[in-house]
Design a protein around this ligand. Structure first.
Ligand SMILES: Cc1cc2nc3c(=O)[nH]c(=O)nc-3n(C[C@H](O)[C@H](O)[C@H](O)COP(=O)(O)O)c2cc1C
Length: 731
């Protein structure tokens, strides 16, 4: 396909953890199938490789991070676009569309995408296709897939390209008849795509190829017909096999409670072309300790270099009979060059579980070669455009190294990988169920049975025993293994050489498609490697640490600054901290810092009221930092400590959750709000707690300030905008 400016569009992405980038790359890949060429760049390349004001046609894919913030790689671009000096017609040449990624569990859903969209419109840009707002909380694909389906028709209309050159069609089209060319489309409404439609009527012995041929309204080229015939062979065998059993209920399901889809048409994603070639070199021994972590590819959001530091303590903060085990880890950062402030987080670069790696390598039939040097290269005649070995995977390493440290083998397999699995499942009924799960019609099943249950690649392979995918497919379709961030619960002003953080050891039970019970990747690893030094006694821990008995437990980390979640600088402001469970962590650091400040302040300094709302299940089992919090209260660093226990026997009307406690304190809190100096900090679970806390404040403001619901919500929104309401939440 010749590249000329006529069929070219600018494709820009801003991504924090890789999803927006992956979707942008998918758009770039698919563009060629439609006779289009995507000039793809990260937004960080602004003014180096692209200049927006000179562009005619652009597609943006941007996620939101932090508290409604732009990804790190997009912030410079947004800063430039926000300049007040830009004229109103700055982008008047530009027609564009935008796909925003976000998560409705966070307060500012898709804020970065929405802000960008608003600003481009203000600067004279015109939308040629409705923006899509995809919600990671329920599954990005629910919006992304239909949005992508219609994007290319709109792009072609925009670029005045009426027909698709036949030599560029890779996908196979069956029922592609309702193409709404040129309209601005609602991504959720209409559906015109270039995907494979598989018809598997029980009674219909027509081959898949026949079905496609009769419905197709696009030419299938020679190179594509290979793909078609492959599918045809596989699918016609499915038909005859299913036909002979004649019982739809025998189609294997992920769990016995999962019904299969009906035997209707399925629209499958196009089979992704393979592109990585792995060869083993027995004569070459590789020194793995020399290999940079994840091939030296930078970690997004790192604010320090990666450092290897010693774990100097591991304190169990919960009783033996608590539902969850909570650990506090102390890191020795003396001479490490690592600095941090309360509110910052430490990211732990953890490996996958070694048994899971072994099981997967065994299943892929490469366990004997796990420690042999492997060379990865690009298949010379691959059909994948711009194919490169993923930058976080070294081209020369061992499989064990790659599977342990570079790729995420726990993440639910993407639909593209399931599509590959379809081709490598030999049992017809398993093949059919895999087809369902990656099909458009099976989207709900995919969300419900794979994504929501967090099934791993190995869970899927165990469920479909006849499926034996090739090694390269796993390397091609897995994400980078991500470092796990934890808020610091210490303060450098009180112990400059130590950084502490807390976490619950995540226990994931067997069931719902998960073939084995497991622990969280990072929390399970930290729990295991610190077993020998774990203690319930903080004092014992400091003795161990002073004896330096555990220098050999070392872990790689980096820190991330959190400019938006900092202790108040004006100590006269009243402040309310809300942090149930491990959400209390940053507030311990804040209070340590506050205590230090207070000690150095003159007697008559005005010191704002400081309250903490904390919650856990049981007073005697999982009340984290009990002693410390009570000490803060005794020293008047904390003026009010409101603790609730959700599972203890209690007098009627006792608050069970922090939001109940807030409501109980409505009068006192509303007085603090009315001072217009109150600062509110919320940390912890985004899904339930942060939303409920937000609602509790709306109720308080509404009832005590005589405002309507809408006005109360606006009041709270203004508090956020004026940096008086802060959140550090996670899902
Ligand atoms: C730490 C963190 C903070 C987030 N904050 C927000 C937010 O404020 N608003 C939102 O809509 N989505 C938020 N998200 C959800 C992401 O935007 C969403 O998961 C997206 O798919 C990530 O895409 P990326 O991998 O390209 O960065 C957040 C996700 C994380 C991990």
């Amino acid at each position: 396909m010749p590249i000329n400016t006529k069929n070219q569009f600018l494709l820009l992405y801003g991504s924090q953890t890789g999803q927006a980038k992956a979707i942008a790359e998918e758009i770039a890949d698919k563009a060629g199938n439609h006779g289009l060429h995507a000039d793809i760049h990260c937004l960080s390349q602004t003014e180096k490789t692209f200049n927006l004001e000179k562009e005619n046609c652009a597609v943006f894919v941007v996620s939101t991070t932090g508290e409604g913030d732009a990804p790190d790689t997009a912030s410079k671009f947004l800063r430039r676009l926000r300049k007040k000096t830009l004229p109103n017609d700055y982008l008047c040449k530009l027609s564009y569309t935008l796909l925003g990624l976000g998560d409705t569990n966070y307060t500012n859903f898709c804020n970065c995408g929405k802000t960008l969209n608003k600003r481009i419109l203000e600067l004279g840009g015109k939308l040629f296709y409705n923006p899509g707002w995809a919600d990671d909380g329920v599954g990005l694909e629910i919006v992304v897939e239909p949005w992508l389906d219609n994007l290319f028709e709109s792009l072609k209309k925009q670029l005045h390209i009426s027909s698709v050159p036949t030599d560029t069609i890779m996908d196979i089209t069956a029922s592609n008849t309702n193409s709404n060319q040129g309209e601005i489309l609602d991504p959720l409404e209409k559906n015109t795509d270039l995907n494979t439609v598989v018809n598997l009527q029980m009674t219909d012995n027509d081959s898949h190829l026949d079905n496609i041929a009769s419905n197709a309204d696009k030419t299938i080229t020679e190179q594509d017909s290979d793909l078609t015939q492959d599918s045809s062979r596989n699918n016609s065998s499915i038909n005859s096999d299913i036909g002979s059993e004649n019982d739809p209920n025998t189609i294997p399901c992920l769990t016995s409670s999962v019904p299969p889809l009906s035997y209707s048409d399925l629209t499958l994603p196009a089979m992704p072309p393979s592109y990585i070639h792995a060869t083993f070199d027995e004569n070459h021994t590789i020194n793995l300790t020399d290999l940079p972590r994840q091939n030296g590819y930078p970690f997004p959001s790192a604010n320090s270099d990666v450092r290897v530091v010693a774990i100097s303590s591991a304190t169990i903060l919960t009783s033996n009979d608590a539902v969850k085990k909570t650990l506090k880890i102390g890191l020795d950062i003396k001479n490490s060059g690592i600095t941090y402030e309360p509110g910052d987080s430490v990211s732990i670069i953890c490996p996958n579980n070694e048994h899971e790696v072994k099981d997967l390598l065994q299943r892929l039939n490469v366990l004997e070669k796990a420690d042999t040097t492997v060379n990865l290269s690009i298949i010379p005649d691959t059909k994948k455009r711009r194919a490169v070995v993923p930058p976080h995977i070294p081209e020369q390493a061992t499989l064990r190294h790659i599977f342990l440290t570079c790729i995420d083998i726990r993440e639910p397999p993407k639909k593209a990988l399931l599509r590959v699995f379809v081709e490598h499942a030999s049992h017809p009924r398993e093949k059919r169920r895999l087809q369902e799960l990656c099909s458009k019609q099976g989207s709900n099943d995919y969300s419900q049975f794979i994504r929501e249950q967090s099934l791993s690649i190995m869970d899927i392979l165990r469920t479909f025993p006849s499926c034996h995918p090739p090694l390269h497919s796993i390397l091609e379709h897995t994400s980078r293994l991500k470092p796990r961030p934890y808020s610091a619960c210490s303060a450098p002003s009180s112990c400059p050489d130590r950084l502490e953080f807390v976490f619950n050891v995540l226990e994931i039970p067997e069931g719902n498609g998960r073939h084995t019970a497991r622990q969280g990747v990072c929390t399970g690893w930290l729990d295991n490697i610190t077993k020998s030094i774990q203690t319930n006694n903080e004092d014992l821990n400091s003795q161990i640490s002073s004896l330096s008995l555990n220098e050999d437990i070392q872990i790689p980390i980096f820190t991330r600054t959190n400019q938006h979640f900092r202790p108040p600088t004006d100590l006269s402001c009243p402040v309310i901290f809300i942090g149930p469970g491990t959400g209390v962590a940053p507030f311990i650091g804040f209070l340590l810092e506050r205590q230090k400040h207070k000690q150095s302040l003159a007697e008559d300094t005005t010191y704002g009221e400081t309250w903490l709302f904390y919650g856990c299940r049981n007073k005697d089992k999982d009340y984290l930092f009990k002693q410390k919090l009570e000490d803060f209260q005794s020293s008047r660093t904390l003026n009010k400590l409101c603790v609730c226990f959700s599972r203890d026997e209690q007098p009627e009307n006792s608050p069970r959750y922090v939001q109940d406690f807030l409501l109980q304190e409505t009068d006192a809190i509303s007085k603090l709000i009315k001072t217009e100096k109150l600062l509110i900090y919320v940390c912890g679970d985004a899904k339930n707690m942060a939303k409920d806390v937000n609602e509790a404040f709306v109720k308080i403001i509404k009832s005590k300030m005589g405002l309507s619901e809408e006005e109360a919500k606006n009041y709270l929104m203004k508090m956020r905008l004026h940096r008086r309401y802060f959140e550090d939440v996670w899902t």
